[in-house]
Structure formats: C-alpha cells, structure tokens
Design a protein. Sequence first.
Lengths: 113, 114
Amino acid sequence: DGGITQSPKYLFRKEGQNVTLSCEQNLNHDAMYWYRQDPGQGLRLIYYSQIVNDFQKGDIAEGYSVSREKKESFPLTVTSAQKNPTAFYLCASRGLADQETQYFGPGTRLLVL
Amino acid sequence: AQSVTQPDIHITVSEGASLELRCNYSYGATPYLFWYVQSPGQGLQLLLKYFSGDTLVQGIKGFEAEFKRSQSSFNLRKPSVHWSDAAEYFCAVVENTGGFKTIFGAGTRLFVKA
C-alpha cells in the first residue's frame, strides 16, 4: 500500500540532545513537508522540500534542520537550540498529479525528559 | 495575507443530530479549499476538497461542504453524526501559486454525546 510512514510514534529527548524524526513515503511525491502541532494552534510549517537536494524554511524553522537526499525520505532533526520541542510532528507530501492536496503521515509525538 | 478562521474551538452534538462546522477564509482569488479530520494521536485524513465547479462537494464518511463566495465560507456539514465522528476538524486553504502553500485553521474539536 502506498503511504507515508513516520517513526518513531513516540520520542523522548533529553536536555541538550539532538533527535531525528523519520518520514518516508512511497507515493512518488516530489514535495514533502514538516509541520508542528500544538494544542489550539493548528499546524505550523517548519520546513518543506519541493525536489531532492532542495528545501526551504517555513514559518518556524529555528531550532530545526532537514535534509532531502532521496525523494522518498525527508528526516527532521530537532536540535538542542529548540527550547520548547514538546509537540506533535506531522509529515506530509504532495504529488504532481494531485498537486494541490497534501497527504499526511501518522505523526510523531516528541516529549522532553 | 491569507488566513483561515474556524470560529468554534469545540462543538458538542448528540449522536444522530446534524452538524455544521464553520470555516471562513481570507483570500483574493478563488482558493483551493479543504477539510481534514484528525483522530487523537493520528495524522490528518482528507475529507473533501473544492477547486471549482459545483459549490456543494461530497466527501468521505457522509460529509459535505458548501463553498459560498459571497460569505468567504466553506462550512462542513453532516446530516446525522455518529459517535465515531468525534475528532478534530481542520479547514485549510491552498494558495493558488506555484508553491501551493497550505494554510490551516486552528481546528474545531467535535464531541459527540450519546
């Protein structure tokens, strides 16, 4: 089945630690996105990538980094510079055939110890 | 700047009752409009979308939405709510530009009482 997978489902971060959230898609989509979701605030865009080896900052990129070495993969690193990382992180992708529509993964909940 | 407003933070309806979730947007041209649903701890699932044509669109799970240009609204409706519809609902607007940036509303949490 085609879809978007995110791992892990839950992730714990210690103070000063970098952690990486995985996002993989087998939909052959060109564009991929990372959103942060906090209660009552909807979704906020962290980073997005429209093609391999290229990505752009979203509205809240500070304290985060990404890479896009493969079309299928768009990992997000939450660095120690992100002082309030506790949130639900959602990955999404968009393809050329249905380019207005984003499809979402199941999400990763990040908690700080 | 484009924006999406969902005026109701949460709504409670009885099972079997009708439902309407409100969404208003601010955008100069005709936007692409979406409704997504999110169950607790899950990702967003697309319910329906509107690009052009018939202003009443049908979606999955018995939902429909109506685009009203004069009111800049795209309200979501369901004639009879089921307990399994309890979730958070997000309205979204896509800018009709090359980047297809998606702007989400803050969401409406639906509670269903027996």
